[in-house]
Ligand binder design. Structure first.
Ligand SMILES: [Zn+2]
Length: 429
């Protein structure tokens, strides 16, 4: 009778339906109510939510875990962050980067993230961070898929040998072409940078992911140029613009036009709400603007939106634990996406939308004949996961359990009794 490697019983899908999930070798072989065959190992999900893993679509693993010991950003601005990092950068070593990034990846995996897109600063003659993360990508392939973006943190045209470094990085292990047009000295140079990046990506057959318009300046409009270049090069589905925080300061008429051309261009937007609510608005007195692309309006306009942690304890963001649910939690607050369906949409941004950005050929949701990559949450719905931000009970990758945690247990001593509290409402049931 025994047939499958694993059968996960009483798994609640995002739709609310309770099913059993059978896993054989590295794949999901069957999903349905009360599967008859048993597994060599049976896992009772106890009605908890089971989903595809989280995707951290934007992080900087080379700068992670450098604060507070090596730098502090006193002004809290993006520009001071770049300055502080440029002071740390000459002293990093391959081993140092690997140690910090490895630790951060383990935190991400424990939180249910199995695909990570990391930008890597290539404004360094030695390309130390790239070599470190390239090695780590292979070393940690059993627990995570890592994509590396060649990221010219200090510009391309305004940095010595910027183009050479970018091209060398692509030939020495970077997967994706990165950029930062708003950091160039003039708008014209920013446009030239983008034209160069698209030609390079086209020539090399690479995806593109550009730090774009990460400023409160409403005159910063490089994302429209990215949309146009995506069309010209027919690179639909292969281009992402990250941050795009200037978008929250565009006037409504321009914002409306921009969302139309973004949808038609087939570009994705990657928002990083944790870092950007810290960095943006620093030059405002009052009111202080929010630091996030308008994800609600983008999502409603059918522009794919994914999410990133961006930073964990680095010169741009001193907090963080590699938990993408925190980013999603912040996103739904800043984006006013608190309606029941909207909360589910934000959970999709953290999972399915991220998958599409990471690998456009990837299948959507949990289903048979796909790799057994899944998360058993300590929550019964996407909304509860975003309310409680739990660490997953079980994380499975390619049919192997790679992370587990015990559900937390809390007691309150009240009127002579020890009452168990789990933050799930009972009185309303
Ligand atoms: Zn970034």
């Amino acid at each position: 009778m025994e047939r499958w490697n694993y059968v996960i019983r009483n798994a609640k899908l995002s739709s609310g339906v309770i099913v059993d999930i059978a896993v054989q070798d590295s794949r999901i072989e069957a999903i349905g109510p009360r599967l008859a065959e048993i597994g060599q190992e049976e896992i009772d999900a106890q009605g908890q939510l089971v989903t595809v893993p989280l995707v951290d679509a934007h992080i900087h693993l080379d700068t992670t875990l450098t604060v507070p010991h090596r730098a502090t950003n006193h002004s809290g601005t993006l520009l001071e962050g770049i300055q502080r990092w440029s002071e740390i950068k000459p002293n990093i070593t391959v081993q140092d980067v690997k140690n910090r990034a490895r630790e951060a990846i383990l935190w991400e995996v424990a939180h249910g993230t199995l695909q990570i897109r990391s930008h890597v600063d290539i404004c360094d003659e030695r390309l130390t961070a790239l070599h470190a993360l390239r090695e780590l990508k292979d070393e940690m392939a059993s627990v995570v898929d890592l994509q590396l973006v060649a990221f010219p943190q200090e510009g391309v045209l305004c940095y010595p040998h910027g183009k050479e470094l970018l091209e060398t990085a692509l030939h020495e292990g970077a997967d994706i072409v990165g950029g930062i047009p708003h950091y160039e000295w003039t708008r014209e140079d920013g446009i030239s940078q983008l034209e160069y990046l698209f030609e390079l990506a086209h020539r090399e057959g690479r995806l593109i992911d550009v730090h774009c318009d990460e400023t409160d300046d409403p005159e910063s409009r490089f994302v429209e140029t990215m949309a146009r270049l995506t069309k010209i090069h027919r690179w639909e589905g292969r281009v992402s613009a990250s941050h795009t925080t200037a978008m929250h300061s565009y006037n409504p008429a321009y914002g409306f036009k921009l969302r139309r051309i973004l949808r038609e261009s087939g570009m994705a937007i990657i928002a990083n709400p944790l870092t950007n609510i810290v960095l943006q608005g620093r030059f405002d007195d009052f009111p202080k603007r929010r630091g996030m692309a308008p994800i609600k309006e983008l999502d409603a306009s059918y522009v794919p939106v994914a999410l990133g942690c961006d930073c964990i304890m680095d010169p741009w963001y001193p907090l963080g634990s590699g938990n993408l649910l925190q980013a999603a939690w912040m996103a739904l607050h800043l984006g006013h996406m608190t309606g029941t369906e909207e909360i589910d949409r934000v959970f999709r941004m953290a999972t399915i939308n991220g998958q599409r950005v990471f690998n456009p050929a990837q299948p959507d949701d949990l289903g048979t004949q796909r790799s057994a990559d899944l998360v058993i949450w300590d929550a019964t719905s996407p909304a509860e996961a975003l309310r409680l931000l739990p660490v997953p009970r079980t994380v499975m990758r390619h049919g192997q359990i790679i992370a587990q945690s015990q559900p937390s247990h809390h007691q309150v001593y009240y009127q002579g009794q020890a009452l168990t509290v789990d933050f799930r409402p009972r009185s309303a049931q």
